[in-house]
Design a protein around this ligand. Sequence first.
Ligand SMILES: [Zn+2]
Ligand SMILES: [Zn+2]
Length: 77
Amino acid sequence: MPPTTLADQPLPPAPARPNAKTKTVKDRPFECKTCFRKFNQKQTLKQHILTHTGQRPFECNICFKTFTQQGALQRHM
Ligand SMILES: [Zn+2]
Ligand SMILES: [Zn+2]
């Protein structure tokens, strides 16, 4: 007859996670004045603000299509 040790053991208590959320707020000091989203880099915030203003500063010099982000322009090329 096999032993039934697993079924007889009580479940271990759930591990405590103290201060799990306090750090993320501190790491994102740049806040969008329009929608109050927070960003950890100034450049990321600046690119995000462009989505509110509708500006498209990155232009393809071949077909003159414009993009809000440099990464989108590079993918287009
Ligand atoms: Zn925003
Ligand atoms: Zn193009």
